[in-house]
Ligand binder design. Sequence first.
Ligand SMILES: [Cu+2]
Length: 397
Amino acid sequence: MRALIILLTFITIGNTSHSQIDKNWLLIARNSGNYIAIDGYEVRLMGFTASLGAPVLAPGPTLRATTGDSVKLRLYNLSQGAPHTVHLHGLDVNQQNDGVPSLSFDIEHDSSGYYYFKAPQPGTYLYHCHVLSAVHVQGGMYGIIIIDAEDPTVTWDGGYAFDKEYHWMTSEIDTIWHNDTIINHEEMDGMPSHIPKVYDPQYFLVNGAMDFQQEEKGDINIHEGIETKILLRLISIGNFANKYTFPAELNATIISSDGRPLPAAEESDTLWIFPGERYQILCDPLTEFIDSVRVDYHELSMGAAKGTQYINVVIEGVFDLPVTEQVAITFYPNPSETYLQFSTQAFSYSIFSLAGALVQEGNITDGLVNTERLKTGNYLIQIDSGDNMNTFYFNKK
Ligand SMILES: [Cu+2]
């Protein structure tokens, strides 16, 4: 496993030729971001964007590649201030978890730096600026890295299949750390003019959103049908520890930690995550329910929680169609990629989401149903053979 870590190399451009790049990532470092809190209070952010026109948000863009890809990451520093780097946290972790190795080179204002590496084993990782980490990470210079398996519907080769995924990156904001002096700092002897002595955050974030902002972001709250296998990617980049509490009905199983499969998956409704850690959780809800995942934000002493966020979970019941045994009718392939072939000369079909929404219908020609336009997930298909109706589950890959 550790041998893979060695694959990660940092090489400045010009030192080597790279015959083939599978994935090009661009991050632009900016100092001009702002975060508007739920009470309207505004703070400055430093952060990363994927394009010049994009707003500077924290977290920055999610970066994604497939295991084995040759990745080229360009960091373009347009921040007008301090130098920045991208530290690929977890992709090169071969140290004890007591410190981040300082492998990066600084990239000054109005210049670019390049990082080349092989995408490691599939999993969830993170990046952050490594210049004055305490200040620049609090400033907002962080984001998620996802490395997919060659088959992106499984967690890793020989791992778990999943239908949907959610990423939750937790952090906090202490407004004192976001004033102009700190965000605009020019490095003096490697230090900004001052670093606050105290860290006492007022805002507790999931993907940069708090409370009702989560709804507005749209990709945080869970809303799925039962029997949807949900992969949660949990990433902590704040200075606090997070205690997650999952509803029992989610059937949460911890399957990997810091990019590595756990030797034995562990069913658990609670999980502590410390700064820099990543966990993957597989959920397999079998009943209809509405509840929330609770995230508590604790100082590292794990005393009383200083903040709490609730992430809504809505699992809808299966549409009430009687699912028949496949006695007279067979079909293949399941999972389906582009079509379903039925053994019967039926007249028509209807495809429903597990929540009961009609998503596609039509007539069946030569026993074939085209499934190309369906999104990945589980569905019910109802076949009208003239004298009877048959309903089946199938999965669209
Ligand atoms: Cu920085």
